[in-house]
Design a protein around this ligand. Structure first.
Ligand code: ZN
Length: 288
């Protein structure tokens, strides 16, 4: 008897994103509408308080993080935690759509936590779902074209975040990752120390993570460490300050391996949760 082998159409994630956005009528929208994607995929959606209402047998599927979203293939259902902010809810729904669309993701129950949906997760399936979610959120290649036609600046981050209804942090990361020009985003977090119980103690913000554009990594460095000097912090972290109202500074970056020190332009801004710095080369001709 003759035996044939079957194979399945394997779309690249990029093609998959374009196909789904077009079929769901999203390709001409500024911000993608996750509800219309869910309708197109015939997936139901609910939002509820995961802390109080998530059944314990489902909670146990998550190892260390806080469960924030789930996809049940059998029920064709996506759910998100009602405590999430609007940009995070949108991203979480798109993340679950990512699990649903990616052909080799198991057709079972996904319970995703805040660690898995963070930018630094090491879980391969979570990384893939995050990547597909970001591609959907930022309309595939379109964001990249726009980001490269705008200056590398806090004002551009604000403009694009509002357009795509994404968080400032996700937008700033994408702006740098997709940039042809050399630039780096440094995200600082507030240290939890004495100031938690002593409001008069000095705040300290240290580097949480960095993302660099490919050309920045090649020509300069791929990570910095350190904290923000108090006088600078006092100028940046002002309550009510607009994200586009940034502080420009020259920053000296020392090389950990004993290489030369380098001065870069740094634009500091904050969204009340994190302080950000966009680093670009000091010499204008190195920007191109
Ligand atoms: Zn997931």
């Amino acid at each position: 008897m003759t035996t044939f082998q079957s194979s399945y159409l394997e779309l690249e994630p990029r093609e998959l994103v374009r196909f789904v956005l077009r079929e769901a009528g999203q390709i001409d929208n500024d911000a993608v509408n996750p509800a219309e994607l869910l309708d197109y995929l015939k997936l139901a959606y609910i939002s509820f308080d995961f802390t109080r209402e998530l059944p314990s047998e489902i909670r146990q599927r998550v190892s260390s993080g806080q469960p924030r979203a789930l996809l049940s293939f059998g029920d064709r259902l996506v759910a998100t935690d009602s405590s999430l902010s609007e940009p995070k809810s949108r991203f979480s729904v798109l993340h679950e759509i990512g699990h649903y669309l990616l052909p080799h993701h198991q057709h079972t129950l996904y319970v995703c936590d805040d660690l898995g949906m963070s930018a630094w997760t090491r879980l391969a399936f979570e990384q893939e779902a995050n990547s597909l979610a970001a591609d959907l959120m930022f309309q595939g290649e379109r964001f990249s074209l726009e980001a490269n036609s705008l200056p590398v600046s806090a004002a551009a981050v604000k403009q694009l975040a509002e357009k795509y209804k994404a968080s400032f942090e996700a937008t700033a990361r994408r702006l740098v990752e997709k940039n042809f020009r050399p630039c780096m985003l440094v995200v600082f977090k507030q240290d939890s120390g004495r100031q938690v119980v002593d409001p008069s103690a000095a705040q300290s913000w240290t580097v949480k993570y960095c993302v660099a554009s490919p050309s920045f990594k090649l020509r300069f460095f791929d990570r910095v460490s350190g904290s923000i000097p108090a006088p600078l912090l006092a100028r940046v972290a002002v309550p009510g300050r607009d994200i586009a109202n940034s502080v420009q500074e020259k920053v000296q970056v020392g090389a950990a391996t004993g290489g030369e020190q380098r001065r870069v332009n740094a634009e500091f801004f904050w969204n009340t949760y994190n302080v950000f710095a966009l680093l670009t080369p000091e010499a204008p001709d190195a920007q191109g």
